[in-house]
Design a protein around this ligand. Structure first.
Ligand SMILES: NC(=O)c1ccc[n+]([C@@H]2O[C@H](COP(=O)([O-])OP(=O)(O)OC[C@H]3O[C@@H](n4cnc5c(N)ncnc54)[C@H](O)[C@@H]3O)[C@@H](O)[C@H]2O)c1
Length: 314
């Protein structure tokens, strides 16, 4: 059985992706790695390596040691944090991508997953039903790094035949691991407040609509894309992925149906202009057409799953 390396396995997405792939392919075939140690669940449920993915030689050694075939590169600095450390974000986001793409170019690995984001879009992009191909003038360092990354992925595919696949994730909502410093983190924090019976202060304004998705759908999409026939993967920059779209007010109203009396107020901070530069709703027709993508969780199902999940953590 071909072996898989997950880089950034202790993060919000990497932790759930590692668990799902271990369940699917057997724990010994999935090597989880991160620059830091993570939860016992991740580190004890299968092979785990502390690995800095900006270190090309350390990464190459791990790939050769475990005879890795496929890499999921989930390490990055996210949108909110990247605005505080622009150069560090650029360095981390680009160096890790080049390290993995170059190992694939040298045939040391045969398949790569690298996530992009709705942050590739900018204030001049159509906000509603944002198409796969459209104006892309990102105004954040995170968005610039993701857009550049997309261009490089397509370049490595066309020029060197590297089988790299990618999704522009919307804001991802989950409860098992804390979010990593993104602009959509409010849609996770709100559930922790609601479950404790506390009021939540949103760092985005009440009318800010953004594309979002429940984590189970994002993991399903990621694995589905990676299992698709190479010929069916027509987009080699990154696929638009829709899901649900809502504002903080709409989310609070949906939570109130299950938690009567839940209160919210709004104090927009430095993340508001980032959110304002992003689309409200994404068109993912290409993903539907090419690899049969369909999301499962609507707003109501996501709210129920999150409240149940957050309460189970206590
Ligand atoms: N979470 C979202 O809503 C979302 C949305 C769009 C795109 N994405 C993208 O998905 C990917 C994963 O996001 P996430 O939310 O899980 O992020 P996260 O911040 O929760 O996790 C990233 C992980 O990478 C690790 N890491 C950092 N530097 C590293 C290095 N040099 N070497 C190895 N590991 C390192 C961190 O320790 C962390 O565990 C990122 O590329 C992100 O841009 C996430």
């Amino acid at each position: 059985m071909a072996k898989t390396l997950i880089i950034g396995a202790c993060g919000q997405i990497g932790s759930e992706l590692s668990a799902k792939l271990r369940e699917k392919h057997g724990k010994d075939n999935i090597i989880a790695s991160d620059i830091r140690e993570g939860s016992e669940d991740i580190m004890n449920a299968g092979p785990f390596e502390v690995l800095d993915a900006t270190d090309f030689h350390a990464l190459q050694d791990t790939i050769l040691h475990y005879d890795i075939d496929t890499v999921y590169l989930m390490a990055a600095m996210l949108s909110g944090t990247a605005e505080k450390f622009p150069m560090k974000a650029w360095q981390l986001n680009m160096e890790t991508l080049f390290n993995v793409l170059n190992l694939a170019k040298e045939n040391k690995i045969s398949k790569v997953f690298w996530p992009s984001s709705i942050a590739v879009f900018g204030p001049t992009t159509p906000k509603m039903d944002t198409p796969q191909q459209t104006v892309m003038e990102p105004s954040t360092v995170y968005g610039i790094s993701k857009q550049a990354g997309e261009r490089w992925c397509e370049y490595y595919f066309k020029r060197y035949g590297v089988d790299v696949r990618s999704i522009r994730y919307p804001g991802l909502i989950s409860y098992k691991t804390p979010p990593g410093g993104g602009t959509t983190d409010y849609a996770i924090e709100i559930f922790h407040s609601a479950a404790k019976g506390e009021k939540y202060t949103s760092f985005l304004s009440e009318e800010t609509a953004l594309p979002m998705m429940y984590m189970d759908d994002a993991i399903k999409a990621t694995i589905q894309l990676m299992e698709a026939d190479a010929d069916d993967v027509k987009v080699r920059s990154s696929y638009n992925l829709g899901g649900i779209s809502f504002t903080p007010k709409v989310l609070a109203d949906a939570i109130r149906k299950e938690v009567p009396g839940f209160e919210i107020d709004y104090e927009p901070d430095f993340r508001q202009p980032i959110a304002d530069s992003w689309p409200s709703k994404i068109d993912d027709t290409e993903a539907q057409k090419d690899w049969n993508w369909q999301h499962e969780y609507d707003l109501e199902a996501m709210v129920s799953a999150m409240l149940k999940g957050v309460k189970s953590l206590k």
